[in-house]
Design a protein around this ligand. Structure first.
Ligand code: FES
Length: 112
């Protein structure tokens, strides 16, 4: 279901970079819709999550990625980049993301 602010906008996605700007397993911070997000690449798949850790606001884009999880650099909480779930029960917002013509694009809408 489209987000209320996305309705009537055929392309509500914003380009944040080119595919080749991410190596496999790399995470990087981008600004989209004036919001810091962390974009992760796993193989040919891309994921977009909120960059601000829900624990105490740590910068997740400065963390490391292992086994499909971003580890916060401040206290080590881990978040699955696809679902946003952490084993400790906390959650990180995930956003629509797609690749089109070699460009990585993020939408308005939270996936989960
Ligand atoms: S601020 Fe991220 S784990 Fe504490």
């Amino acid at each position: 279901m489209p987000h209320i602010y996305a309705e009537g906008r055929p392309d509500h996605f914003e380009t944040v970079g080119r595919v080749d700007e991410w190596a496999d397993g790399q995470i990087k911070e981008v600004k989209v819709h004036k919001k810091p997000m962390t974009v992760a690449r796993i193989g040919d798949k891309f994921f977009a999550v909120n960059s601000i850790c829900p624990h105490m606001g740590g910068p997740l884009s400065c963390g490391k990625m292992e086994n499909g999880k971003i580890h916060c650099p401040w206290h080590g909480w881990a978040f699955d980049v696809e679902t946003g779930h952490s084993p400790n029960g906390h959650h990180l917002d995930c956003y629509e993301i797609k690749v089109e013509n070699g460009e990585v694009k993020i939408g308005w809408v939270k996936k989960i």
